[in-house]
Design a protein around this ligand. Structure first.
Ligand SMILES: Cc1cc2nc3c(=O)[nH]c(=O)nc-3n(C[C@H](O)[C@H](O)[C@H](O)COP(=O)(O)O)c2cc1C
Length: 203
């Protein structure tokens, strides 16, 4: 069984993200085909990226980087719960993503976006980032609209069809997260020719 981290992508006081992530976690926990854990960026208190070496070199200097990287390493797949801020994901989530590198590689990811328009543009930006990190991002995603899936834009009341959307996204994350374990086991051959990995290997 794989381990899936559900990452809360907002640390804003009064954030909607926590309720969204807890709802996803509750639905996920009813399944028996993977282990799920909530990962709250608030608990890690990461500064703005303060490592001297690029993450791909794998030379983390600061204890906060190592703690965060160990948390990311402990999962086979991720569900990013992301708000949409100015047509993108949150700065705090992008910053947290930028700290580690190898710990993300050859894993799988799915997305739950929320915002005025369902957070779809935030998810699109995250998909670009996933490519650089060697993360296989699944097609199905959840898009929660502040007007249709929340009361007064702040009380989560997801429409009935959203539970099915979560289930489909998790089906895909678990299938790909399981498959990527084989890729990691064969890591040298699978990604050895990649420039970023070559950089890390030289480091
Ligand atoms: C700085 C900021 C920018 C926002 N920009 C967008 C946007 O471009 N598109 C959108 O659909 N919603 C936008 N929103 C609405 C947020 O997606 C919505 O408030 C959401 O609940 C924020 O997540 P949070 O409550 O977990 O922090 C923005 C909100 C903030 C605070």
């Amino acid at each position: 069984m794989i381990n899936v981290g559900i990452i809360i992508g907002s640390t804003r006081p009064g954030r909607n993200g926590e309720a969204v992530a807890r709802w996803v976690h509750e639905l996920a926990a009813q399944r028996g085909d993977a282990r799920f854990e909530l990962v709250d960026l608030k608990d890690f208190d990461l500064p703005h990226l303060d490592e001297v070496m690029p993450a791909a070199m794998g030379r983390y200097e600061h204890p906060h980087t190592k703690v965060w990287a160990d948390m990311i390493a402990s999962f086979d797949a991720y569900v990013f719960v992301t708000p949409e801020y100015n047509r993108s994901t949150s700065g705090v989530l992008k910053n947290a993503i930028d700290f580690p590198y190898a710990e993300w590689n050859n894993k799988a990811a799915g997305f739950v976006g929320y915002g005025v328009d369902g957070g779809t543009r935030a998810v699109e930006h995250l998909r670009l980032v996933m490519g650089e990190l060697h993360v296989a991002d699944v097609r199905a995603q959840v898009a929660l609209s502040l007007s249709a899936d929340f009361e007064h834009f702040s009380l989560l009341r997801p429409a009935a069809h959203q539970e099915e959307a979560v289930a489909t996204m998790l089906d895909q994350v678990i299938a790909w997260g399981t498959a990527m374990k084989a890729v990691r086991a064969d890591r040298g051959r699978a990604v050895g020719a990649d420039a970023s990995c070559a950089l890390r290997a030289q480091g």
